[in-house]
Design a protein around this ligand. Sequence first.
Ligand SMILES: NC(=O)C1=CN([C@@H]2O[C@H](COP(=O)(O)OP(=O)(O)OC[C@H]3O[C@@H](n4cnc5c(N)ncnc54)[C@H](O)[C@@H]3O)[C@@H](O)[C@H]2O)C=CC1
Ligand SMILES: C[N+](C)(C)CC(=O)CC(=O)[O-]
Length: 489
Amino acid sequence: MTKTAAIVGGGVIGGGWAARFMLNGWDVKIFDPDPQSQRKIDAVLENARCALPGLTDIALPEEGSITHCDTIAKAVSGGELIVEAVPERLDVKHKVYAEIEAANTTGIIASSTSGIMPSDLQSELKNPERLIVAHPFNPVYLLPLVELVAGKQTDEAHIEKAKEIYSSIGMHPLHCRVEIEGFLSDRLQEALWREALWLLKDGVATAEELDAAIAYGPGLRWAQMGTMQTFHLAGGEGGMRAMLAMFGPCLKWPWTKLMDVPELTDDFVEMVGDQCDTQSGALTPRDLERVRDTNLVGIIRSLRGGDWGAGATAKSHDAQLAKLNGLNVKAADLDEHQQIVTSKRTVPLDWVDYNGHMNEARYLQAFGDATDKFMEMIGCDSDYIATGGSYFTAETHIRHIDEVRAGARIDVKTQVLLGEGKKMHLWHEMYEGTRLLATAEHMLIHVSLETRRPSNPSGAIETALTRIAQGHAALPRPEAAGASVGVRA
Ligand SMILES: NC(=O)C1=CN([C@@H]2O[C@H](COP(=O)(O)OP(=O)(O)OC[C@H]3O[C@@H](n4cnc5c(N)ncnc54)[C@H](O)[C@@H]3O)[C@@H](O)[C@H]2O)C=CC1
Ligand SMILES: C[N+](C)(C)CC(=O)CC(=O)[O-]
């Protein structure tokens, strides 16, 4: 069933929300009075379409539609979720809520505010119980964190509903249980930013040097662990206790100017702006966004490996997407009269090489993932593997037939050429739509993980595999199956 999100305010954050919802299959209705808004949102969507699908190993749903409305009433009428992303001013937000209330009395109003207390936001609403804060992070289409905060009058059921909604679009809802200004993340970020502005103003370092001080060091750690766990490790075997014993007293030394804010005079703003422009060189903000997005996809993908932080969120999104894509098929439901779809995914940005197309190593990864999925389907899943049986690949032959680029949706269809005793001979075909991109032929042997020697699979796996192999024997045998490597005549 298609869902609809109403978005009021289509700037940096509203545009990012539009992209995240649409690429997760939601329809979006949006209102923004800026005549340039549609152009700006299109630019955000273009970047998001390149980046977001690469976070998951399973294809996202079909993209939803976007309707640009010319009034708030048209955007929000009938909506169950109304995302507010207008400028960070209480008076502006109150005015917008009054217009929303005139057209919609029941939908959840989710404010994107970076730090205004939800109790203040809901103070003039007729139905204040439906207002929550859902504070995202830029770029909203890639970063999974969304801070959820209730005001004094919020119905907690809406927070629970919001957790479901944001999880279903690949996000990590963090419920900030105590309502405070700036919530959690911005409190931490602002302390650092304030200090950086002081160091720049006092001529201690340039914008570039300050960014290097983060990007080459702590920033790399922060992508995976926050300050607490990072410093727990800095205490060696003594952990955080040792860390506090050694560095705790330093916190009282005058290292930081945390509570003071440098005065934002025109000269100072120009000085900071100039230094940031110099730092960016010839790259425009849109160019930099693309660099940032490619790097973020790479970082989050590497965190998937360890099922860690933002990588774990992407993996649990995969589990939901596998269901939507019909990839969670059990052995008994596999149709032995046709090839089996074992993968539906999008080519991630970081799978593309210097030739501008998917690198050869990634074909093996995509086919290997399809083999893993097929193993899971016939019952060789993580529970079975934990009992000590699995398959090892003994031989592989991949043919590269046509190129494929980042962002393309690819499917793998699998045919069992032999499934007998310890042997499993698979034939995979990779398609973009109906275009054949590559084929792979693998011979796998069932092994005991204890002896590391060939062994028979469980009866259930053998039965499932034999049934499919017998059914697939009636399908045309792929011409290239069993072919040796060589130049085509
Ligand atoms: N920029 C950021 O990094 C982040 C911002 N936020 C929050 O998101 C909200 C929006 O901020 P940005 O997108 O950065 O600002 P922005 O200035 O990029 O976008 C605000 C948009 O609201 C539109 N607008 C102004 N009055 C309006 C009205 N009456 N009705 C509908 N639209 C109206 C403007 O035309 C503009 O396109 C703020 O509450 C901000 O604190 C949250 C997370 C990060
Ligand atoms: C600077 N900011 C307060 C608008 C930042 C945020 O609210 C979140 C983010 O994206 O860093």
